[in-house]
Design a protein around this ligand. Structure first.
Ligand SMILES: Nc1nc2c(ncn2[C@@H]2O[C@H](COP(=O)(O)OP(=O)(O)OP(=O)(O)O)[C@@H](O)[C@H]2O)c(=O)[nH]1
Ligand SMILES: [Zn+2]
Ligand SMILES: [Zn+2]
Ligand SMILES: [Zn+2]
Length: 231
């Protein structure tokens, strides 16, 4: 895990519980100020903004490749965080998105300051949708507001039905949950009813979309939801 969210900072580890709490709260309040700045910045540019979160490999980039092709007013913008490679930005650019990669090194989530730096590199003229693809991780990204309007969590059928129960903070903070890889649901024996019950128990506020980023089936409903919420 990383130092910035406090999960393994030496000072945090050595500190007494109360000091550890204060260190963590200090980091988050600094992030919240930067996030408020980002939010104003995005609004001035007339951008709808999403923070896309999931475990590694759930299909965030695959979903955005389809969205880049099908969004009614292309191009979309993407800020994408990964520990070590530019692979996702290259895939997204090939799909027609304007993509900026943030290489986080050993940092296991994006924070608002990293997003602000990346946004400065993005040409957002003529763009009305900006998606921030977070680092694949179901834990600490949930604690960091990036200045987005909405959060979308992705859960793929290959991960099992209980992820919302195991990682409630992320799912509780989501405005929408995408169940991805539905083309594999039968092959993996995905228990749809159980997954829906778990999501309903943890995240009753979230809109649900079932789709396949591979085939594009079901993406139209997500696009309608995004389109219905202006910047
Ligand atoms: N069958 C199937 N495969 C999918 C689907 N969506 C993604 N995949 C595959 O799943 C793998 C991971 O997809 P990515 O889009 O790289 O996942 P990601 O969430 O962006 O991964 P990280 O950025 O590493 O966290 C790739 O091999 C994709 O082709 C889907 O809907 N169906
Ligand atoms: Zn990705
Ligand atoms: Zn972290
Ligand atoms: Zn700024």
């Amino acid at each position: 895990m990383c130092g910035q969210c406090g999960c393994d900072a030496p000072a945090a580890v050595a500190a007494a519980p109360r000091q550890r709490l204060e260190l963590h709260q200090g980091l988050l309040s600094r992030n919240d100020r930067q996030a408020a700045h980002n939010r104003e910045h995005f609004q001035r540019h007339g951008l709808r903004t999403l923070n896309l979160l999931s475990a590694p490999g759930s299909g965030k980039t695959a979903l955005l490749e389809q969205l880049a092709r099908q969004w009614p007013r292309p191009p979309i913008g993407v800020i994408v965080g990964d520990l070590a490679t530019d692979n996702d930005a290259q895939r997204l650019q090939a799909a027609g998105a304007r993509a900026v990669q943030i290489r986080t090194g050993d940092l296991c989530h994006l924070d608002a300051a990293l997003v602000d730096q990346a946004f400065a590199q993005l040409n957002c003229r003529g763009m009305d949708l900006l998606v921030i693809e977070n680092v694949g991780n179901l834990v600490c990204p949930a604690a960091f507001d990036l200045g987005e309007q909405r959060r979308v969590a992705v859960l793929s059928v290959t991960e099992g039905e209980d992820k919302a129960l195991k990682y409630p903070a992320l799912f509780k903070s989501a405005d929408a949950v995408v169940i991805n890889k539905c083309d594999l649901a039968v092959a993996t024996g995905f228990d749809r009813r159980s997954a829906m019950d778990n999501l309903q128990a943890i995240a009753p506020q979230a809109e649900l979309f079932e789709l396949s980023a591979r085939t594009g089936e079901g993406l139209d409903a997500l696009i309608r939801w995004l389109d219905a919420h202006p910047a």
